[in-house]
Design a protein around this ligand. Structure first.
Ligand SMILES: NC(=O)c1ccc[n+]([C@@H]2O[C@H](COP(=O)([O-])OP(=O)(O)OC[C@H]3O[C@@H](n4cnc5c(N)ncnc54)[C@H](OP(=O)(O)O)[C@@H]3O)[C@@H](O)[C@H]2O)c1
Length: 352
């Protein structure tokens, strides 16, 4: 049998440390903002120069803890800082749209934590506002910018899977039920799909594009948010994505792309720097690639920041690797799944 290749292609990614340095402002300095700031400062010349919180004390504490020069006691003050090039929106999901629109109205480029918004119509508003203002806007779907994802991108472009028929992904963890927490409170955008499932749906979109049909089955937490969900995403050509997400048990966080000529299985977790194994369909070839770059876990967020800095320097307003339209489409899939399992309030779907 003729081998398609003997080794996996190398990731074609420039070192994140070489990207043009931007001055970042963090809006809503919570847990992820801390890890993001540390990742940038450790692995790149990107600099978080300002933090804006609803509380001056929290902003000052964050700035002192993470080497940030300036702090503001309101979000409005941060977006008005003329020496901020790009705003990173790191609030709970329900505030993403409002804060992204605030930054865009101030003329700032914007990186918005995942999911880009709670409802699709909010995501469309962000995209429209950014296009109107001519600023760069991107969902922080950081998996798209990892070295391993570029290997997959090349394998897909080269057709080494043959006809892709099945795509799988799971992301679940065992959270302690707390009705007041961001994960379980509907007012804070709770639910597995928006927080974790977004990675799985985005994986399916990466491999198969937007689905033609969505089938969702799941259970609700006592607060009414989706607690555990299985999804089948059907493509027009018959390919299927089989996805699962949940908040009550840890799942392996593995993903696959399976086709007539071969398949790839990720190491865990598929959404962060890890590794890949490619198998030929006849089982004769198995090649493993392990991320060698030393930016583990959330330190891998530096790749999305460096990509954004390059796009801004090139004058782009949308990410070629994860365009706004795809973030909107992913949210539409999640919205439909939430509707099917009853995790959306009555009438909410109409506003989508
Ligand atoms: N990329 C990733 O790997 C990753 C990982 C975890 C989370 N995330 C995303 O990051 C976002 C934030 O998650 P997180 O875990 O960092 O949350 P968090 O620790 O709770 O921090 C969020 C911050 O948002 C601000 N905030 C604004 N309005 C708020 C409200 N109504 N209630 C509570 N806080 C509010 C708070 O800061 P101030 O009040 O000081 O302004 C708070 O510290 C989520 O959208 C999540 O999906 C991404």
């Amino acid at each position: 049998m003729t081998r398609v290749f003997q080794t996996l292609p190398s990731p074609r990614f420039p070192d994140p440390a070489d990207a043009p340095a931007l001055r970042w402002g963090v809006l809503a300095p919570g847990a992820i903002a801390a890890d993001f700031t540390d990742a940038l400062h450790t692995h790149s010349t990107q600099r978080v120069v300002a933090a804006g919180s609803r509380s001056a004390d929290r902003a000052a504490a964050f700035a002192a803890a993470h080497g940030v020069e300036r702090s503001y006691g309101s979000y409005e003050q941060l977006v008005a800082d003329p020496e901020v090039d790009v705003v990173y929106v790191a609030s709970p999901h329900p505030q993403h749209a409002e804060l992204a629109l605030l930054a865009i109205a101030a003329g700032k480029n914007v990186l918005i934590e995942k999911p880009i918004a709670v409802r699709p119509h909010e995501a469309r508003e962000i995209a429209a506002a950014a296009r109107e203002a001519g600023v760069f806007a991107m969902e922080a779907m950081w998996t798209r910018y990892l070295p391993q994802t570029d290997i997959l991108r090349q394998l897909l472009a080269d057709g080494v899977f043959g006809e892709v028929r099945v795509v799988t992904a799971d992301f679940g963890f065992a959270a302690t039920f707390d009705p007041a927490s961001r994960l379980f409170d509907p007012a804070l955008g709770g639910g597995a799909l928006l927080d974790l499932g977004v990675y799985a749906v985005s994986w399916a979109s990466f491999a198969l594009g937007a689905p033609a049909g969505v089938i969702a089955s799941g259970t609700l937490a006592p607060t009414g948010v989706d607690e555990q969900v299985a999804l089948i995403l059907n493509s027009a050509d018959g390919a299927q994505a089989l996805l699962s997400t949940g908040l009550r048990s840890g799942t392996p966080s593995l993903a696959t792309i399976c086709g007539s000529a071969g398949r790839v299985e990720t190491d865990s977790p598929f959404w962060a720097p890890s590794g890949l194994r490619f198998h030929e369909a006849d089982g004769t070839l198995s090649i493993h690639w392990e991320d060698p770059y030393g930016r583990p876990g959330r330190e891998g967020m530096v790749y999305e920041a460096a990509a954004l800095a390059r796009y801004v320097a090139e004058g782009l307003t949308d990410s070629p690797l994860h365009p706004l339209d795809e973030a909107i489409s992913t949210l539409e899939t999640i919205d439909e799944a939430r509707r099917q399992i009853g995790a959306l309030g009555v009438g909410a779907a109409a506003a989508g």
